[in-house]
Design a protein around this ligand. Structure first.
Ligand code: PEP
Ligand code: MG
Length: 925
């Protein structure tokens, strides 16, 4: 046999050419029966296949089946044909499956039907293909009808097969089928497809088959084996659809993994009222509340729940409809949660009173639920605190620190849906994905409003602040995808009539909201508001700012607040554990006493970067102008003298806030022109004055200075240490202000721990010159004030040359702090102010990198320089203290890298300090 699976008749010609492989078979195993696998095999079997195998192993009621491994998909994607071994292996597995069910695939009298589903290592909800009811054709449909004793069911299944197969495998526009179905419903005078009778469904099947012939030039394949072959290939191909590629990029899932394919005996939820299908969670994935939770649809099949086509019933409704299956399901859910030691999500089908498990996995959850569930599981003795810490992330913590809507605000909700993914989002209503993308590119905030979303809406969802749908439950596509992305979503707001053609929606009271109107959606309550609603700070942020007691004290005894209190306590316990286990210290970047205090409240163990340049702005600009314009030493000294007390005061206040903790004060860094007026404005002013015959000496001098200081690449120009070396007295002034501030704090009984840091150093000579000057100043201040000043003087490492000569530089530097913003800029040769807007989107799209190197550290390039510098620096000076103070210090992934390479601390903006503490803890595990 030469096709992917089987080539047996002339009908398979296309499949044969597509799948023929010139390669010789090897012993490679590509097909695994469910009984052969287990959850540890997710790399080979994908998440779904591994978990189906695991459930089979646990003895749960799983319809029998087998999995084609991800390796087969990779082979297909690389070679354009399936591996030569696959056909026989699938044939054998199918024979076993047929034996297990006592039926033959597509048998005209009693057909075995199978589902063909994708399933990769990482969950990619709705991104890839599924085909159900494989094995039905013009003959077996009668067999199925006779065996099930239900003609309607058989014809409904057949039309579903042609529809899914047509869209997925034959790539026919899905609307072609939808139109026919809707027309049939209108003709029959019914509003749901479940109400169509057999005759209508037969007619629909005929119409569907005609569409297939028209669009493909071939009849709908009647040969069950060929249906299976083609469906398998379609699943392989669906790995590389645009939406799947986009999703992977978003979620940082490697593109080479490939998908497995699961082939499984069908279980039918659409055999009348005693059957149905559902999705369930062992705890609430939205809030983390204890207790089972989910959606159920009776007389429905497979994807109906997730597709959000009909509004669902709560899971508990199954208890009323079929208490035996419900109880069995609850028992299984409890078994699964104990077994997986985590929240599980489950897909199941009830076929005429028989419960079948179709899928389980460790469920996605919101950030808040992640913290609550982790701590609940600790309290239930299922996991320990280390494991709890592993199960939450800095990204999630960051999300929890965002504000929510102010519930006391005046706005009345115009509609209410399900609270599908929490948060508060405000933006202009848009009614299709591409408008969302376009408006977001124009800098607008948008809310994507759809009847229901499908995978084609992904780009719009990415671009939007939040998603609102009028149909579908908490497990609909919109809800699942939004939760995964940490986006706010309200789903199933069914009082809204969404008209995507007219681009508006109408509320029950007749209020029309058109594209561009601002709406606010609350993903925590499910409410929708017209206009912009005021937002309220998050209790988790409050906890960090003000402590546990204050955060809890601000919450009421309302149920929502009680849940919030559990969340705050959970965050507190996990943070304490992170602090206990972490090695890496966390400092804050702070330039003002307010920021310093905030950083300290957030848990910073010092200031890792105090940028002194803002101390030269505002009303002090005039003094800086004098300093720059001074032609005589006297003039310059005058200006410096005037600046001294101002600087000293700044430092006193910050050292006071951070008493007892290190404060790394960086000498002035930016180029001087930043302190002078804009060149063009000044030139115009001078020209206008000249026109009027006036001569303004000060403006003229200023313009000359601006012209003199003008640089093509100011970021690579006269800044940092270079400025300190060419503008006499500037660094000395700053060092004196620091020294005097420290003496003052000492006299006041304080414990000032200043550290002096020199920016943009490229060579030891530069640093030595600055240190010589500083040492003189420190000695003279110490003598004059009778105090002891023992400040470490160190350098930023933010140029490749500094990293490469770090061994030498460490002879002079008492500490290193990596300036990863400039180090990224200078390593890549990217202008940090320009490139992100200019071309990073193209770079991200082309996969040059998966994430901006300004956002997450480039381990291979910039990271390598850091490693080299740390090693060389510590060779020279074994106790060299090393930290990082670029933006990467607060990025979760980068924190792990800095811990790995042995830095002593990361420093980041005060708001990111908790995230860095958490990630430092996780990294230590
Ligand atoms: C850096 O370059 O990473 C840094 C912290 O300094 P700045 O951003 O002020 O240049
Ligand atoms: Mg820098």
């Amino acid at each position: 046999m030469t096709s992917v699976v089987h080539v047996t008749t002339a009908e398979t010609e296309t499949a044969e050419t597509e799948t023929r492989s010139g390669a010789e078979p090897t012993n490679a195993k590509y097909v695994y029966a469910f009984a052969e696998g287990g959850r540890e095999m997710a790399d080979e079997l994908g998440g779904k296949g591994a978990n189906l195998a695991e459930m089979t192993r646990l003895g749960l009621p799983v319809p029998p089946g087998f999995t084609i491994s991800t390796a087969a998909c990779r082979y297909y994607l690389e070679n354009g044909s399936a591996p030569p071994e696959l056909a026989d292996q699938v044939a054998n597995a199918l024979t076993d499956l047929e034996a297990a069910r006592g039926k033959k695939l597509g048998d005209p009298t009693d057909p075995l039907l199978v589902s063909v589903r994708s399933g990769s290592r990482f969950s990619m909800p709705g991104m890839m293909e599924t085909v159900l009811d494989i094995g039905l054709n013009d003959h077996s449909v009668h067999g199925l009808a006779a065996i099930a004793g239900d003609e309607r069911f058989a014809w409904d299944s057949y039309r579903r097969l042609i529809q899914m197969f047509g869209k997925t495998v034959l790539e026919i526009d899905g609307d072609r089928f939808e139109v026919i179905l809707r027309r049939a419903m209108t003709r029959a005078g019914v509003s749901a497809d479940t109400e169509l009778d057999v005759d209508s469904l037969r007619a629909v099947v005929e119409d569907f088959k005609r569409v297939v012939s028209e669009c493909t030039g071939q009849d709908f394949p009647q040969q069950p084996q060929r249906q299976l072959d083609l469906a398998v290939l379609a699943v392989f191909r669906s790995w590389n659809t645009e939406r799947a590629v986009l999703y992977r990029r978003q979620e940082r899932i490697p593109g080479w993994l490939g998908t497995a394919v699961n082939i499984q005996a069908m279980a039918f939820g659409n055999v009348g009222e005693g059957s149905g299908t559902g999705v369930a969670f062992t705890r609430d994935p939205g809030s983390g509340a204890r207790g089972v939770y989910g959606d159920y649809l009776s007389d429905a099949q497979g994807e109906d729940v997730v597709a959000g086509i009909r509004n669902t019933l709560p899971l508990s409704a199954l208890g009323d409809l079929d208490s035996k299956s419900y109880q069995q399901l609850l028992d299984i859910m409890s078994t699964l949660e104990q077994h997986y030691r985590d929240l599980c999500d489950i897909e199941f089908t009830v076929e005429q009173g028989h419960l079948w498990m179709l899928q389980t996995r460790v469920g996605k959850r919101t950030a808040g639920a992640a913290f609550r569930i982790a701590v609940q599981l600790v309290d239930e003795g299922i996991i320990d605190m280390d494991e709890a810490l592993r199960r939450v992330s800095g990204h999630q913590l960051g999300q929890l620190m965002f504000p929510t809507f102010d519930v006391s605000s005046e706005s009345a909700a115009i509609a209410k849906g399900m609270n599908a993914s929490p948060g508060a989002a405000v933006g202009q209503a848009v009614f299709d994905s591409s408008s969302a993308v376009k408006r977001a590119e124009d800098g607008e905030r948008v809310i994507l409003v759809r009847r229901e979303t499908n995978p084609d809406d992904l780009e719009g969802m990415v671009a939007a602040e939040g998603v609102l749908t009028s149909r579908g439950g908490k497990t609909s596509h919109a809800a699942v995808v939004a939760r995964g992305m940490g986006k706010t979503a309200v789903c199933g707001a069914d009082s809204l009539d969404v008209d995507t053609v007219a681009r508006n929606m109408t509320t029950r009271t007749g209020l029309v909201i058109s594209e561009g109107d601002v709406i606010s959606i609350d993903g925590t309550t499910g409410e929708v508001f017209l206009g912009e609603v005021a937002v309220m700070p998050s209790p988790v942020a409050r906890y960090f700012e003000e402590g546990l007691e204050s955060a809890l004290g601000a919450l009421s005894s309302e149920p929502g607040d009680v849940e919030m209190a559990e969340l705050v306590r959970s965050v507190d316990r996990i943070m304490s554990h992170a602090d206990k286990v972490r090695r890496l210290q966390v400092r804050a970047n702070a330039d003002t006493p307010e920021d310093a205090a905030r950083g300290r409240r957030m848990g910073a163990e010092g200031i890792g970067l105090l940028r002194t340049e803002h101390m030269f702005l505002g009303e002090r600009r005039a003094l800086v102008e004098r300093l720059i314009l001074a032609s005589e030493d006297d003039e310059r000294e005058e200006a410096l003298k005037a600046l001294l007390p101002l600087q000293r005061k700044d430092f006193i206040r910050i050292l006071e806030q951070m008493d007892g903790l290190p404060v790394t004060i960086r000498l002035i860094d930016p180029p001087l022109h930043e302190f002078l007026p804009d060149r063009t404005e000044l030139a115009v002013r001078v020209a206008r004055a000249e026109e009027r015959g006036e001569h303004i000496e000060s403006d003229l001098r200023l313009l000359q200075a601006v012209n003199r200081l003008n640089e093509s690449n100011p970021m690579l120009g006269l800044r940092g240490v270079r400025l300190g070396l060419v503008l006499p007295g500037l660094f000395a002034l700053q060092v004196r202000a620091i020294a005097e501030a420290a003496c003052f704090r000492q006299r006041m009984g304080g414990d000032p721990q200043a550290e002096i840091m020199v920016p943009l150093v490229g060579s030891i000579q530069e640093l030595e010159l600055v240190i010589d000057e500083a040492a003189g100043v420190l000695a003279s201040v110490a003598e004059a004030h009778g105090c002891t000043l023992r400040f470490p003087i160190g350098t930023m490492i933010e140029l490749p040359r500094a990293a490469l000569t770090a061994g030498q530089i460490a002879e002079a530097a008492e500490f290193f702090s990596f300036g990863t913003n400039d180090l990224t800029q200078t390593t890549w040769g990217f202008s940090r102010d320009d490139v992100e807007a200019a071309f990073f989107s193209a770079y991200l799209e082309k996969g040059v990198f998966g994430v901006s190197p300004f956002e997450s550290i480039d381990r291979e390039g910039v990271g390598e320089l850091i490693k080299i510098a740390v090693a060389a620096g510590r060779k020279t000076r074994p106790d060299l203290h090393c930290g990082v103070c670029g933006e990467h210090g607060g990025d979760p992934e980068s924190v792990h890298f800095f811990d790995e390479v042995g830095l002593d601390y990361v420093s980041c903006s005060p708001f990111r300090v908790p995230v860095a503490r958490l990630e430092a803890g996780r990294s230590a595990l």
